[in-house]
Design a protein around this ligand. Structure first.
Ligand code: SAM
Ligand code: SF4
Length: 326
C-alpha cells in the first residue's frame, strides 16, 4: 500500500493518539481551572476504534504511535490499549506522554505491555512552584519517575516548559537532576495554544538564551537522538546525557513535520497550530470499510497545512493543548 505523503511532500509516519481530554492537573498554560467542557464518554473513540484507526495508519507506513491526552493514565485500562497497539506487527515504536502523577502504579505494567519510551512533563523541582504551575503534588510525579526508571522504561525524557519569572531559575538544577537519574531533558517554548497558552506567553523565553546560559556551567557538545522529533540536541561532555531544545516559536520546524494528531473524539488534527481537521468518528460508526477508512485518512492528510503561524497569528488556535493531544 502506498505511503502517506502530504501536499508538501512530507511523509507522515507518526501519529499522536489522545485517549482522553481530561486531566488530574491544571497546568495554567494548558487547561483553565474550573474547566468542564470535556467530550462526553459516548463520543470517545473506544479501544476497538482506536486500534482500527492505528491499524489503518500502520498499513500506510506509520511506524510510531505516542499515547497522550489530557492525561492518558486517567483513561481506564490504558495498559490494555497499549498491549493491543504494541501487538500490531507493523508498529515499531509505542510511547507515552504523561504527567506521571499515576505512573508509580502503572509503570511496570506499561513496560510489560510494550510501551518502550515515556515523556514526562516536569516544570519545577520545587513543590510550591510545581503546585503554582499545575495545582498538583510534586512528590507523586517524582515517585512516578522513579517507578519508570525502576521498570526499565528507556529513555525517560523530561519535558520542561521554560517560563520567565516562574521556573527559568531552575534550568541548571533540572540538568543536575536528569544527570543524576539518567534522564534526557528537553526544554520547550511556551506556545499560544488556546487562551491558556496565550496568557502564558507573557512568560515566553527564547531557548537560545537558555542554551547560552547552560554553556557557561556545562560543557555542551553537538548531540543527536534517534526518534528525537523536532528537538535539537546537545550532549553534556563526559556523560551520555542529551539536552533537547524544542523551539516552535523562535525556530519553527514545520518543513520536517511528519505527524498528525488523533483526538479522543476521533478528529484528526493536521497541525497543532491550525484549525484544519477531519472527523473520523462518524465514518467509523457508520460502518466504513477498510478501503473507505484508508481513503478518508488520505483525504485528511491532503488537508495538512504547510506550517503553523504562532508568531504571525498568535490568536488563531482556540482549543487548548489538552483537547488536541499535545
Ligand atoms: N498530560 C500529559 C503531559 O503533561 O505530559 C500529556 C499531554 S500535555 C498536553 C503534552 C505536553 O504539552 C506537555 O509537555 C505540556 O507541557 C505541553 N503543553 C501544554 N500546553 C502548552 C503550551 N501552551 N505551550 C507549550 N507546551 C505546552
Ligand atoms: Fe494536564 Fe498535561 Fe495539560 Fe498539564 S500539560 S494540564 S498535565 S494535559
Amino acid at each position: 500500500m502506498s505511503k502517506l505523503v502530504d501536499p508538501f511532500q512530507r511523509r507522515i509516519e507518526y501519529v499522536r493518539v489522545s485517549v482522553t481530554d481530561r486531566c488530574d492537573l491544571r497546568c495554567f498554560y494548558c487547561m483553565p481551572e474550573g474547566f468542564h467542557g470535556f467530550e462526553e464518554p459516548e463520543d470517545w473513540l473506544t479501544h476497538d476504534e482506536i486500534e482500527r484507526v492505528v491499524r489503518a495508519f500502520t498499513a500506510m507506513g506509520v511506524r510510531r504511535i505516542r499515547l497522550t491526552g489530557g492525561e492518558p493514565l486517567v483513561r481506564k485500562n490504558l495498559t490494555g490499549l497499549a498491549t493491543r497497539l504494541a501487538a500490531l506487527p507493523e508498529l515499531d515504536d509505542l510511547s507515552l506522554s504523561t504527567n506521571a502523577t499515576r505512573l508509580a502504579k502503572h509503570a511496570a505494567e506499561l513496560q510489560r505491555a510494550g510501551v518502550s519510551r515515556i515523556n514526562v512533563s516536569l516544570d519545577s523541582l520545587k513543590p510550591e512552584v510545581f503546585k503554582e504551575i499545575t495545582k498538583g503534588k510534586l512528590e507523586k510525579v517524582i515517585a512516578g519517575l522513579m517507578a519508570a526508571k525502576e521498570a526499565g522504561l528507556s529513555p525517560v525524557k523530561i519535558n520542561m516548559v521554560v517560563m520567565n519569572g516562574i521556573n527559568d531559575d531552575e534550568v541548571e538544577s533540572m540538568v543536575e537532576f536528569c544527570l543524576e537519574h539518567g534522564f534526557t531533558l528537553r526544554f520547550i517554548e511556551t506556545m499560544p495554544v488556546g487562551d491558556t497558552g496565550r496568557n502564558a506567553t507573557d512568560h515566553y523565553v527564547d531557548l537560545a538564551d537558555i542554551r547560552k546560559r547552560l554553556a557557561k556551567r556545562f560543557d555542551l557538545l553537538p548531540g543527536a537522538m534517534p526518534g528525537g522529533g523536532p528537538a535539537r540536541y546537545v550532549r553534556v561532555a563526559g556523560t551520555d546525557m542529551n539536552i533537547g531544545f524544542i523551539t516552535p516559536i523562535s525556530q519553527h520546524f514545520c518543513d520536517t513535520c511528519n505527524r498528525v494528531r488523533l483526538s479522543v473524539d476521533g478528529t484528526l488534527f493536521l497541525c497543532l497550530g491550525q484549525e484544519d481537521r477531519f472527523e473520523l468518528r462518524p465514518l467509523l460508526r457508520a460502518g466504513i470499510s477498510d478501503a473507505g477508512l484508508e481513503e478518508a485518512i488520505r483525504t485528511a492528510i491532503s488537508l495538512k497545512p504547510e506550517r503553523h503561524e504562532f508568531r504571525d497569528k498568535p490568536d488563531q488556535v482556540i482549543r487548548f493543548m489538552s483537547m488536541t493531544g499535545g
